[in-house]
Design a protein around this ligand. Structure first.
Ligand code: G4P
Ligand code: MN
Length: 190
């Protein structure tokens, strides 16, 4: 096979191409959004970081899981629909994104309660994304406090996250071990 034909398989979707497609889709969707930190970090840093935790730290190579990690906040936080996700990325990715998406029409307390209730019933793939999402957000909270958050609110987020993670256990020992260290460091029993 000549060198040029090696690189001309434009219709053959490599896993890398599928993952880049999801990263690009998320970047477009989150382009107007910033994180809540004082630096106003671009929001896309978060889904990219969640996917990187799964791949680089958790050893995850499942393409659908990495795509779902990149897309996991698009429906919750932008005008993206589940149908759009399915159209571009297929049913498997759509299902994972759907499992990790909070219903923002519900009051916040109810959303938080439902995460604790639903966590044990999620698929393994959705549990992986949820573990990495929590690990990223807890590290981010340690790095700097979001604007307007009191120390108490930070502690309450840690406490709530530890309850959600209880329902995600038995999924990935590396990520769970890292989360346990974060909780213990914060004085939360695991
Ligand atoms: N730690 C931190 N979080 C930030 C920052 N900017 C935005 N967030 C997002 O805020 C959410 C946590 O804030 P909350 O006030 O508890 O929740 P809410 O946005 O859903 O109302 C997380 O959403 P999420 O990813 O959907 O996760 P989760 O709330 O379901 O765990 C997190 O990604 C930041 O600078 N630091
Ligand atoms: Mn998230």
């Amino acid at each position: 096979m000549s060198r040029s034909s090696t690189y001309s398989c434009t219709n053959m979707s490599s896993d890398a191409a599928l993952i880049l497609e999801a990263a690009n889709f998320a970047a477009e969707k989150h382009k107007q959004q910033r994180r809540k930190d004082p630096e106003k970090t671009p929001y896309i840093n978060h889904p990219l970081g969640v996917a990187r935790i799964l791949s680089h730290e958790g050893g995850i190579t499942d393409t659908a899981v990495l795509q779902a990690a990149l897309l996991h906040d698009t429906v919750e936080d932008t005008n993206t629909t589940f149908e759009e996700i399915e159209l571009h990325f297929g049913q498997d990715v759509r299902n994972i994104v759907e499992e990790v998406t909070d219903d923002k029409t519900l009051p916040k307390m109810e959303r938080k309660r439902l995460q604790m209730e639903h966590a044990p019933h999620c698929s393994q793939k959705a549990k992986l994304v949820k573990l990495a999402d929590k690990l990223y957000n807890l590290r981010d909270l340690k790095r700097c406090t979001p604007e307007g958050w009191s120390e108490q609110r930070v502690q309450e987020y840690f406490q709530w996250a530890s309850e959600v993670v209880k329902g995600l256990r038995g999924t990935n020992s590396i990520l769970e071990g890292k989360l346990d260290h974060m909780f213990m460091d914060q004085g939360i029993a695991v």
